[in-house]
Design a protein around this ligand. Structure first.
Ligand code: FA5
Length: 353
């Protein structure tokens, strides 16, 4: 039996050398190790062996099984490597040759639905005399919280959990963070202007929160601010209505309810009737029929002071539009996570790619 096992080992090594594919390797494995395979057939003879013979044959048979298993794995890895190299070769991109980029062959780039809507909104506000501002993603505590009337011990800080950086260069341990909202640009904008002024500021914001159909950790807002003399809630509502009318090209059901934000007083939540389910209730609106879209209010005097503006003389309104949610409502997208997926099957539905 020992000789039989030795010759099986040689036979296997010889046969596996010439195999051409995964299926052939697996067939050979079962020819040797399967229930009715060559090794099993030999081992049936163990019954007739003496205990001494078994002590020799048993370990030898086990070693042969292990060796066959190892040779099979090695051969399969070899095939896998060939396949990977083949794929790499097929998808090779010569960065010096524009013709070799896949998207240049038959297709051109397109615009993400969020960028399309952002541009539309910018046009609407530009036509109403607003400027378009930008601000940094990495912010300090002052612009994200303190200047907005949210001191260190204020419970409102818990409403927007975020990602913090330690600042080794700051002796007071002043911390930096990924901005949680575009309201950071309010103070930056105010400090660089004298009233009257009006601006919007679109941008990406970051929050440490659980994702679902209407919540992302990285999402986009569009801030708006108008400061001057005798600005009223009526002015605010006018601009909000104009925005929604221009974007949806039809009247939409909205509701205004009181909302608390330390940087506005009074503060409001402007909700839009869910256009995914027409107000019947779905996962996007959490079965309420309404989607929180546009918090807004009259700027708090402390915030005007942080921006270097005299609250005795001037006042203003501010709003913070949830841009991704607006895009969802406009196109009937039932899950916010599609927007950041980078999936071309999704992106190509909105503009010519
Ligand atoms: C704010 O961020 C305030 N800075 C808005 C503001 C500005 C109020 C100026 C008053 C004056 P809020 O946390 O509610 O508020 O977010 C604003 C909007 O962003 C929400 O109405 C919603 O449309 C959107 N939003 C909030 N969290 C998420 C999230 N995790 N994923 C997607 N959109 C979100």
């Amino acid at each position: 039996m020992v000789e039989q096992l030795d010759s099986l080992a040689l036979e296997f090594k010889e046969k596996i050398k010439n195999l051409k594919g995964e299926a052939e390797v697996l067939n050979l494995k079962s020819e040797f190790l399967g229930k009715k395979g060559k090794v099993s057939e030999i081992l049936k003879g163990l019954r007739n062996c003496t205990p001494e013979e078994r002590k020799v044959v048993g370990p030898k048979a086990n070693k042969l099984k292990d060796d066959i298993g190892d040779l099979v794995s090695l051969k399969l890895q070899e095939f896998e490597l060939v396949q990977i190299n083949q794929k790499l070769e097929e998808n090779k991109i010569d960065l010096n040759n524009r013709e070799s980029f896949w998207f240049n062959k038959n297709k051109s780039g397109g615009i993400h639905p969020r960028s399309m809507i952002q541009r539309e909104i910018e046009d609407v506000f530009l036509s109403m005399g607003f400027e378009v501002l930008d601000g940094p993603h990495i912010e300090d505590e002052f612009h994200n919280f303190e200047a907005l009337n949210i001191p260190g011990d204020h419970p409102a800080r818990d409403m927007q959990d975020t990602f913090w950086f330690n600042d080794p260069d700051s002796p007071e341990g002043k911390k930096h963070l990924l901005r949680t909202h575009t309201s950071t640009i309010q103070v930056r904008g105010m400090r660089e202007r004298t009233p009257p002024f009006r601006f919007i500021a679109p941008g990406t914001v970051f929050r440490c929160e659980r994702t679902d159909a209407s919540h992302e950790m990285v999402f986009n807002q569009l801030e708006g601010m108008m400061v001057g003399e005798n600005i009223s809630v009526g002015n605010l509502i006018y601009f909000m209505k104009t925005l929604l009318k221009e974007i949806f090209k039809r009247d939409t059901e909205v509701r205004l309810r009181p909302g608390f934000f330390p940087f506005v007083e009074p503060g409001f939540e402007l909700d839009i009737q869910c256009l995914i389910c027409s107000g019947k209730g779905c996962s996007v609106c959490k079965k309420t029929g309404w989607v929180e879209l546009l918090p807004c209010g009259i700027v708090h005097p402390n915030v005007l002071k942080s921006g270097g503006i005299d609250p005795e003389k001037y006042n203003g309104f501010a709003f913070g539009l949830g841009l991704d949610r607006l895009v969802m409502m406009r196109y009937g997208i039932d899950d916010i996570r599609h927007l950041n997926s980078g999936d071309l099957r999704f992106n190509t539905q909105f503009s010519a790619f």
